[in-house]
Write a protein of this length. Structure first.
Length: 233
């Protein structure tokens, strides 16, 4: 079958029409594809909206404190206690069951100067025997709290003094201080708070108020942070 001359004859109009189609088809295809992708993205976002966590489920426990502006709230993994801490701090999970808070500042060449630890139960450092000895000390008593196995010439580093009890959220806390903690910077003190609930908790603070290190934690900072702790047992 022969086509009419109109369809096969090359004219000026047909040349212009071919050029227009050649230039416009790629643009038209691109716009159609872009519009389709936008619709697809919108659909995916709608489907995901129910999966976005609420503000109380911010990853890595980065929950703003409801009580102190510029502070964050840490909830323990087992939901048995929480505390607030300044957002200039960060925390590390310890190899033993526990948490360590340090300042988010420049580190010194020898590592972290000061820290605040919270240990649930016992650990390689806070043994059952040590906790038992601390429990039996009276206010004002100084005592070498032994470690197992005993280490020679360590008495000066293991001497704790029991201070007056404090109350946090109407819960009694026994307070101790070690004025020459082992392997600490000269002048450092280690404060140890013992809470006896369903499980024993050791709250420790290595403090050095005389250092000019950027990661120094003052005793006031330590007390301010520890005062926010709430045990949920």
């Amino acid at each position: 079958m022969k086509l009419a001359k109109f369809f096969v004859k090359e004219t000026a109009f047909s040349k212009i029409l071919a050029i227009i189609l050649f230039l416009s088809l790629p643009t038209l295809s691109f716009n159609l594809g872009l519009d389709s992708q936008k619709k697809l993205d919108s659909s995916l976002l709608d489907n995901r909206s129910t999966l976005i966590p609420s503000p109380t489920l911010i990853p890595n426990n980065k929950i703003p404190s409801p009580n102190k502006q510029g502070w964050l709230r840490y909830m323990s993994d087992s939901y048995d206690y929480y505390l607030d801490y300044p957002d200039t701090y960060y925390y590390n999970k310890l190899s033993d069951p526990g948490i360590s808070f340090e300042k988010r500042l420049v580190k010194t060449p020898h590592g972290v100067d000061n820290y605040i630890n919270i240990i649930k139960g016992q650990s390689s450092q806070e043994t059952k025997e040590k906790i038992s000895e601390l429990k039996n000390m009276f206010i004002g008593e100084k005592k070498v709290v032994t470690i197992s196995p005993p280490a020679p010439n360590m008495d000066q580093f293991l001497t704790y003094e029991r201070l007056s009890d404090i109350y946090i959220d109407n819960k009694k806390i026994k307070v101790f201080v070690n004025k020459k903690p082992f392997e600490a910077i000269e002048g450092a003190k280690y404060y140890l708070y013992l809470y006896e609930g369903k499980v024993n908790y050791i709250i420790g603070g290595l403090i050095n108020e005389s250092t000019d290190s950027l990661d120094n934690i003052s005793y006031k900072e330590f007390k301010d942070i520890v005062s926010t702790i709430r045990f949920l047992d």
